[in-house]
Design a protein around this ligand. Structure first.
Ligand code: NAD
Length: 329
């Protein structure tokens, strides 16, 4: 038999390729798809760092190379395109050319290969970084609606490259009939995400700093800590990816939490979880990205009848405990 049983009888999605399966979200998504009875090919330039992949087949391929993308997307019904050269502000702010070059190649080659292989559904993992910087200059930012992306003026190369990826998918849909889905992810966090080495994002970095600090120490926070974001737990993200892929909304959809907090609040929550009562915050110079960002989930709710719901406190407990166990090794 070619594909596995799909629990919900969704015949369109039996054999699935997940690119970026060696990364944070891709790894969780593969796990979930396997639980649902799909046959899954994971593809990445590296193996998952922290736990073995559940994929039926895991291919080590550099998706900047067109032929590798053909191999990655052959004989599957659907592709979740999550591979990207990415990281937190400490990485993206210093590697504009590299990020643009690598991701433009990955996106275009993967999309064209999926088309040539006759893949019927394709989901592109875009980002909240597509939104214009001018709409995110205030910490008390108005939540961003999907239509706010234009006129386009993202802050950096990563955002431009994601916009390009979105447009490519839309043009392919119009010209070749590819069934494209686009999600704009807003700060996904959780266990098994990068927490050290320079590519980590704020929640993981803060959890690591707190876990490594002794009670009475201080932890460094970039900027004044009054910059705002919303944070979405990875299980909600995976649920959203599956719902969007199964759904029929052709345009971009935000996928994130709409509870906005300051970075100081985020750090305070992690410190509370750690139980280190005398840990303080020291503000230092560092890249901060936009001043404020939040997700407007109106269209997501209307389209899916669903939105992320894991409370930040609960997701942070799970994330902190995992990072604490890792740094304690
Ligand atoms: P991640 O860095 O953990 O995973 C991305 C994976 O892509 C990595 O495992 C990496 O090795 C792989 N990759 C990079 N270059 C490759 C290449 N040339 N060939 C094959 N694989 C390659 O990141 P993530 O957090 O899991 O993000 C997944 C997707 O979601 C990415 O497209 C990212 O841009 C997008 N996204 C994530 C967030 C977030 O908060 N995590 C926010 C917005 C968008």
């Amino acid at each position: 038999m070619k594909g596995g049983e799909h629990k919900r009888g969704d015949k369109r999605m039996k054999r699935i390729a997940v690119t970026g399966a060696g990364g944070f979200i891709g790894h969780h998504l593969v796990h979930r798809l396997k639980r649902q009875g799909c046959w899954v090919r994971g593809v990445d330039i590296k193996q998952p760092e922290f736990a073995a992949s559940d994929a039926d087949e895991f291919e080590l391929l550099d998706l900047r190379v067109a032929d590798h993308c053909l191999a990655a997307t052959k004989d599957v019904d659907a592709v979740f395109a999550l591979a990207a050269d990415m990281g937190g502000m400490g990485y993206l702010s210093f590697h504009h050319a590299r990020v643009l070059h690598n991701n433009a190649l990955i996106n275009l080659h993967t999309l064209e290969a999926a088309r040539r292989n006759g893949v019927s559904r394709y989901l592109f993992g875009s980002s909240a970084c597509v939104y214009p910087e001018s709409r995110q200059t205030d910490a008390q930012v108005t939540p961003l609606r999907e239509s706010d992306a234009y006129p386009a003026a993202p802050q950096d190369a990563y955002g431009w490259e994601k916009l390009f990826g979105e447009r490519a998918l839309e043009y392919f849909a119009a010209e070749y009939g590819t069934l494209g889905r686009i999600v704009r992810l807003h700060n996904i966090y959780g266990p098994l995400g990068t927490y050290a080495g320079g590519r980590e994002k704020a929640p993981a970095a803060i959890c690591r700093k707190v876990a490594m600090a002794r009670d009475g120490d201080s932890i460094d926070i970039w900027g004044d800590g009054l910059q705002t974001r919303s944070f979405c737990y990875v299980d909600d993200c995976v649920e959203g990816l599956l719902r969007v892929m199964r759904g029929d909304h052709p345009g971009p959809l935000n996928l994130g939490s709409d509870r906005m907090v300051t970075v100081n609040t985020l750090a305070g929550l992690v410190i509370d979880i750690s139980g280190k009562k005398n840990l303080s915050i020291k503000h230092i110079e560092g890249p901060q990205g936009v001043r404020g960002r939040n997700s407007d989930n109106t269209l997501l709710r209307e389209t899916l009848g669903w939105e992320p719901s894991t409370p930040l406190e609960d997701g942070l407990v799970r994330t902190y405990r995992w990072i604490e166990s890792m740094v304690g090794r």
